[in-house]
Write a protein that binds this ligand. Sequence first.
Ligand code: APR
Length: 239
Amino acid sequence: MTPERAFRSIVILTGAGISAESGLGTFRDKDGLWTKYDLSEVATPEGFARNPVLVHDFYNARRRNLLEAQPNAAHAALAELERLWDGDFLLVTQNVDNLHERAGSRRLRHMHGELLKIRCDDCGYVTEWEHDLDLATTCPACGRSARLRPHVVWFGEMPLHMEEIHGALQSCDVFVSIGTSGQVYPAAGFVAEVRRAGRAHTVELNLDPSDGHSLFAERVYGPATEIVPDFVARLFAGA
Ligand code: APR
């Protein structure tokens, strides 16, 4: 199936809002994670160096929360879009949860890492991990303890897959941003980057207007489980 509009190449960016209705908290909304925790303590390399136990407790709780969560209709709609799309497709997520892949998404890049993976700060070994992590856990590769950390990108660290993502942004002809407040760079700058390339249709799907909402040509506001399936249906209907 091909969308009736002449879109050949699509990039989709998702943020915490797409997983909100699966029961995973967002960061900056009322009751969001950053209203309850100091991000400089739990989401920076300096915070981890100061108090690794606090950081492990924070991510252990998030890991447990994720293991109880299920993908929702918005994740499912994006997996279906990928399945039906004939052209180039890239789903870029800022989320560290695995709900996109559990819904069936495959052409997916986690630019902020993955909660269900851990990494050894000494030897760089990355492995899947569904348990709590503490200072006594030893690296399965090098055997050292107290060197393992969540495989997530903290503030002040380099996001992952950026070369591939910039390439896709430059060449896409539709860019869709879903469930992100547009406050964290580099993702917050993607819509401007796409506009500079000059040819893509830009769409924001969110509960509320994001910080960069005026840069999007098309904007739809509402819960992701409603507006994302609707958008995907309209895309293929050529509406
Ligand atoms: N449907 C759609 N959008 C929603 C929903 C929903 N049900 N609920 C909330 N939202 C929207 C909010 O309106 C808000 O604009 O999701 C957005 C969430 O914004 P943030 O909490 O700032 O999350 P995000 O943009 O993903 O944060 C970016 O910041 O802390 C870092 O690394 C973390 O990846 C994260 C990054």
